[in-house]
Design a protein around this ligand. Structure first.
Ligand SMILES: [Zn+2]
Length: 142
């Protein structure tokens, strides 16, 4: 199924139509558009029987609204990713701290050095995650 790009003859919006379709509605201005095959593309014209009042300004407003919405979505995603960069190291740091606390406690009770090494590992994870967090936080403020 080939998509053919064309411009809305009323508002100029960039549209696509499935090859072979002869008729569609513009998503921006609501114009009824007739399509005829034209070489490799299509020739678009307004269906004058249906388009009694097509409003160019209205279409522009819709187009700008849609652009603003998609800009906002991109911004939201950016701030989410930034937050994730800060939250993930903190979560890992917390897990490291808990591991260290638990295994050092078990080591203190059992005096089995195996527990101490896991505790040390937890401590290392904790320290490195905090360093990672600090580095990311610095990047954000720059
Ligand atoms: Zn249009």
């Amino acid at each position: 199924m080939r998509m053919i790009p064309f411009e809305c003859p009323n508002c100029g919006a960039q549209l696509n139509v499935v090859e072979g379709k002869t008729h569609m509605k513009c998503g921006w201005c609501g114009s009824d558009i007739m399509l005829r095959p034209d070489g490799n593309g299509v020739k678009a014209s307004l269906n004058i029987n249906v388009n009694v009042n097509v409003d160019r300004d209205e279409a522009r407003i819709h187009e700008i609204d849609a652009k603003e919405r998609s800009d906002k979505r991109e911004h939201d995603l950016d701030s989410f990713v930034t937050k994730l960069h800060l939250i993930v190291p903190l979560v890992i740091a917390a897990i490291g701290a808990i591991l260290a606390a638990v295994f050092f406690t078990v080591y203190a009770i059992t005096e089995n050095e195996g527990y101490a090494s896991v505790g040390a590992l937890g401590l290392i994870v904790f320290v490195y995650s905090l360093l990672f967090f600090a580095a990311n936080d610095g990047n954000k403020k720059r």
